[in-house]
Design a protein around this ligand. Structure first.
Ligand SMILES: NC(=O)c1ccc[n+]([C@@H]2O[C@H](COP(=O)([O-])OP(=O)(O)OC[C@H]3O[C@@H](n4cnc5c(N)ncnc54)[C@H](OP(=O)(O)O)[C@@H]3O)[C@@H](O)[C@H]2O)c1
Length: 329
């Protein structure tokens, strides 16, 4: 496979290169791509150096698959150009996610909907992926009526500029700001831009993308997204109301048996997921599973995942693996 990684110098792009190597993805030719300022520089992949190409050069090289993580406007402009030359694009931005003609894929849940005709495939938002990984098997079993989710999101979700802001603030150095406010020793209830309804775009992604991935518009979702000064991953408190009653042990068992989920849930041993320990791992971690005693058929849980891994790079590479395994590219 001739593989282009668009945004190869970014937070997600760097992890994509790592994940492709770790999972031994069949790369015969790698085309790293970034902005004009990085063209000509080198990145390393499996011990070999590769020169960064421009977008135009990469299109002309007609890769089999292009993994995009360079922002929405670049995706809108270039994904169709790659698709035109026969490349299958898997895009990490929000550009195509809610386009009704594009599939929004979490491989464990809905990769079976992919066909050879899907030339632009959307990777969901990081906070949505870890949420639906836990919701999907429970929805099948108990029927979800409503989800209330609050996020505690890593600054790595905002990209390299945010990591630099936190580093500067640690050292008390002035520099570029990724956020409107200091993030060190702070919690900012503002991820992505505000929409007319008073919610942020990140919050509405959780609402809309969840319905699309679960292929069920009847699931009600309400969200609050908060940025915190953490680097290892995103955490979420999730309150789920089901149609049917459940047994807590069964919920743990269902999640335990779901590929891609690790249950860490034992109050006797203080065992629960935390972003510090999720960092660098591909699984979604679930714990603090307990009955909501204020409402029937309702459970509370805590979901943590490395947003750069399952929330972005790993999910993208898993989609590519599915395409290859099913001869869809
Ligand atoms: N971070 C996450 O957790 C996460 C999760 C899911 C999805 N995403 C999405 O993934 C995308 C990238 O996020 P990130 O966190 O990796 O951002 P980032 O660290 O800021 O990296 C951005 C990447 O895009 C490249 N780029 C910028 N302008 C370009 C242009 N005109 N042409 C080609 N390449 C260009 C940059 O290249 P230079 O180095 O040359 O500037 C860099 O490689 C965004 O759409 C984001 O929403 C991020």
């Amino acid at each position: 496979m001739k593989i282009a990684v668009v945004g190869a110098t970014g937070m997600v792009g760097e992890i994509m290169l790592k994940v492709l190597a770790e999972r031994n993805f069949p790369v015969t030719e790698l085309i790293p791509v970034a902005s004009e300022k990085s063209v000509g520089k080198e990145v390393e992949f499996k011990g070999k150096k590769y020169t960064i190409k421009s977008m135009e050069e990469a299109v002309m090289m007609k890769p089999d698959i292009a993994l995009f993580s360079a922002g929405g406007s670049i995706s809108l402009e270039y994904a169709p150009k790659f698709a035109e030359v026969g490349t299958t694009v898997i895009d990490n931005s929000s550009a195509w996610r809610m386009d009704p003609t594009k599939k929004l894929i979490v491989p464990e849940i809905n990769a079976d909907s992919l066909t050879k005709e899907d030339k632009i495939i959307a990777n969901p938002n990081c906070s949505t992926i870890q949420l639906v990984m836990a919701l999907s098997p429970l929805h099948k079993q108990y029927g979800i009526k409503r989800v209330v989710v609050s996020t505690y999101q890593s600054i790595t979700g905002t990209g390299v500029k945010a990591v630099k802001q936190l580093e500067n603030e640690y050292k008390d150095v002035k520099g570029d700001m990724a956020y409107n406010y200091p993030i060190h020793r702070n919690a900012i209830p503002h991820c992505d831009v505000f929409e007319d309804n008073g919610y942020t775009k990140e919050e509405m992604k959780l609402v809309k993308e969840t319905k699309k991935i679960l292929r069920d518009d009847t699931v009600l979702v309400t969200a609050t997204a908060v940025r915190i000064p953490v680097v290892g991953g995103h955490s979420e408190t999730v309150n789920i109301e089901f149609e049917k009653d459940f047994d807590l042990g069964d919920i743990r068992q269902i999640l335990h048996q779901t590929p891609g989920i690790t249950v860490q849930d034992n109050t006797d041993t203080n065992t629960y997921p935390m972003p510090l320990y999720a960092e660098g791992k591909d699984d979604v971690f679930v714990g603090r599973i307990r009955r909501d005693e204020s409402q029937k058929n309702t459970v509370n849980m805590w979901i943590v995942a490395d947003n750069l891994r399952k929330g972005a790079a790993t999910n993208t590479v898993q989609i590519a693996e599915y395409l290859v395994a099913n001869k869809l590219v």
